[in-house]
Design a protein. Structure first.
Length: 259
């Protein structure tokens, strides 16, 4: 059983890739929507929430936990790995492939404030982007748009222009999506960025890493392709997104939970 969590529904962009790659697996998903967004929350608060969610997942039989949140990965993944024996897969900033692909030598990164502060992001930056120019922008307001089901429209366009126009003016030809909510805005991001700019979504790579971890677990249980989706807040937008991913997903598999 693979368990996936995020501060909200953004992590469904990662679950979507896991589901494409391994539809036969059992899945748990938790959206901590009552506490979304994590991007500006104190690190201690995020660690505490991550522990609470991990305990919930373990009680449900999870064998692997995917932290489908860049902010939570940056704040809590090392702490969780030290405290629990269950394997954790975190979000890896897609700096390396973007740096390799860039012909202009300029890469834009759209993320939350806490992600930019994290050691994982900065270590990756130092290792793979020392010879390129990186333009960092905190995508304030974008998570809230996704959480309210706004993937297009004037509000989204205005916010994206605020962040992407600067990148374009500096000739960035690659944009890294450093928050799992942002892939739901990828169509709008691509349109505003224009031709010649490649968008890098790390979710497929995270799904592949999760598959490798699953294959290394020799004692895993039989999979029955069962899915359960939980939210600490409203489930309306989650239901809408899940039905777009797969109309066969049962409405009964989506429920609220207090944690």
């Amino acid at each position: 059983m693979i368990a996936v969590f995020d501060s909200g529904i953004g992590g469904l962009s990662v679950w979507r890739e896991l589901y494409k790659l391994m539809p036969e697996q059992d899945y748990l998903y938790l959206s901590d929507s009552a506490n979304c967004p994590y991007g500006t929350k104190p690190v201690d608060f995020i660690i505490s929430r991550a522990e609470t969610i991990t305990d919930f997942f373990i009680s449900k039989g999870a064998e692997v936990i995917v932290i489908a949140c860049n902010t939570a990965t940056a704040a809590a993944v090392e702490h969780l790995r030290a405290k629990y024996s269950i394997p954790f897969v975190g979000m890896e900033p897609a700096i390396k492939p973007a740096a390799i692909a860039s012909k202009s030598g300029v890469v834009g990164v759209l993320a939350t404030a806490n992600t930019f502060k994290g050691s994982l992001y900065n270590t990756t930056l130092e290792k793979f982007a020392s010879n390129i120019k990186v333009i960092e922008r905190v995508g304030e307001g974008l998570v809230e748009c996704v959480e309210s089901g706004k993937f297009e429209g004037d509000e989204v366009e205005t916010l994206l222009h605020r962040y992407i126009d600067d990148m374009k003016s500096e000739c960035a030809d690659a944009i890294v999506l450093g928050c799992t909510h942002y892939p739901f805005l990828e169509s709008a991001i691509s349109r505003i960025a224009g031709e010649g700019v490649t968008i890098f979504n790390p979710a497929p790579a995270v799904a592949m890493q999760t598959k490798r971890v699953i294959e290394s677990i020799e004692t895993r249980k039989e999979s029955n392709s069962k899915y359960s989706f939980y939210s600490t807040g409203d489930t309306k937008i989650m239901r809408s997104i899940l039905l777009q991913i797969d109309p066969k997903i049962s409405d009964n598999s989506i429920q609220t939970v207090e944690l």
